[in-house]
Design a binder for this molecule. Structure first.
Ligand code: ADP
Ligand code: MG
Length: 228
């Protein structure tokens, strides 16, 4: 499903260049639930952005579901992201001036799906994340846990094969965090969606099939052993 060969990310700054990801080889299987752990600044978000085509590697190749990411032009990359990848962020990143339904429908609307189809999909997704009745609410009227469930519904709208989640429980209390983890686990199990989740939380990581630990921009180990 996901194959990284020699993937490197260097940021060029005024003060010089900084290697956020050292040459990395990784193979993630279809349907896997992967947790990425590691100290702050170890390159976790950088890796996730590369996996989702939000950013391009300085060197190396990324193959996702048969698509060679660095060979796409910008327009193709935008379409790839919209159609194949669902993103979930720590701070939800919902649009505040749009309702829950409008937030969820963004990609569908961008694809000019018919209104009846959009409405039916939004209703189904709201049920799936247990938010029936909230279609007309604005993000500010929801709790953090509810906003994150809207973000997951939005991520699901295009039926992605891959969900990339960057500390999805980072802003939530334990109970709401566990609800989000359960939801992600169920999507992984029942809909065979491949999930790559960055987390600081050992308990959250334990929900995954496999843990990858980054340190100083490289894969330091697989598994939780010795990780605090
Ligand atoms: P993590 O998510 O593990 O905390 P990041 O992937 O966000 O770490 O960042 C890894 C390193 O790369 C950090 O030192 C960070 O400052 C640097 N970095 C990340 N994004 C940029 C950028 N756009 N420009 C310059 N440096 C960056
Ligand atoms: Mg990060």
């Amino acid at each position: 499903m996901i194959q990284l060969k020699n993937v490197t990310k260097v940021f060029h700054l005024e003060a010089g260049s900084f290697t956020a990801l050292k040459p990395t080889d990784l193979h993630l299987k279809k349907g896997e639930f992967i947790a990425i752990m590691g100290p702050s600044g170890s390159g976790k978000s950088t890796l996730l952005q590369l996996l989702g085509g939000l950013d391009l590697p300085t060197d190396g190749t990324i193959m996702i579901d048969g698509v060679q990411l660095e060979q796409l032009n910008e327009k193709e990359r935008t379409l790839f992201r919209r159609e194949k990848v669902g993103f979930v962020f720590q701070n939800y990143q919902l649009l505040p001036m749009m309702t829950v339904a409008e937030n969820i429908a963004l990609s569908l609307a961008a694809h000019k799906a018919p209104k009846a189809e959009i409405d039916a999909t939004v209703e189904r997704l709201l049920r799936e994340v247990n938010l029936e009745g909230k279609a007309g609410s604005f993000p500010s009227q929801l709790s953090g846990g509810q906003q994150q469930r809207v973000a997951i519904a939005r991520a699901l709208a295009m039926k992605p094969k891959l969900i990339l989640a960057d500390e999805p429980t980072g802003n939530l209390d334990r109970k709401n965090g566990q609800d989000i983890l359960q939801l992600l686990s169920r999507l992984n199990r029942e809909e065979q969606i491949t999930i790559v989740m960055v987390t600081h939380d050992r308990q959250a990581a334990a929900a995954a099939d496999r843990v990858i630990v980054l340190r100083d921009g490289e894969v330091a180990q697989f598994g939780l052993e010795g990780v605090s």
